[in-house]
Design a protein around this ligand. Sequence first.
Ligand code: HEM
Length: 121
Amino acid sequence: MTAMDLVYNLLVVLHLLGMAAIVGGWIAVRSGRTVIAPVVWGARAQIVTGVLLVGIASAIKDDEHTVNNTKIAVKLLIALVVAAMAEIGHARSKRGEDAGTFLDVAGGGAVVNVGVAALWA
Ligand code: HEM
């Protein structure tokens, strides 16, 4: 494994942990209607680690690291919606306001992106 592969695989680890923070946070607090901070950090992490993964994959460009630009564009769009909903929901939660719908759109959007990541051939 080259140093680049190691960095890439570590980014995949962070990418999966970011996903876990959003989806796990959503499931954990779904009995309430509050967007907790880990959901927001997970949503930000997905955009940063995802963009870095695309950058490195484009640089490596072998059979194991191909980039489907349409798929990435869809994932980025959904990830931006997830992050925006998480930020707004968290701000509302801090003011003691209801954020259930924002939480659901953020959590549901993350699940949709897992589907796009794993099912889009
Ligand atoms: C809420 C946002 C996101 C979620 C939940 C998510 C989820 C995932 C998951 C579960 C995988 C692993 C799929 C597999 O191993 O087959 C993955 C891989 C990947 N994601 Fe995301 N993703 C998100 C956002 C993004 C964004 C914004 C980008 C790029 C702009 C991106 C780029 C990538 C890339 C390049 C991989 C491939 C990693 C590899 O080589 O296995 N993701 N994503």
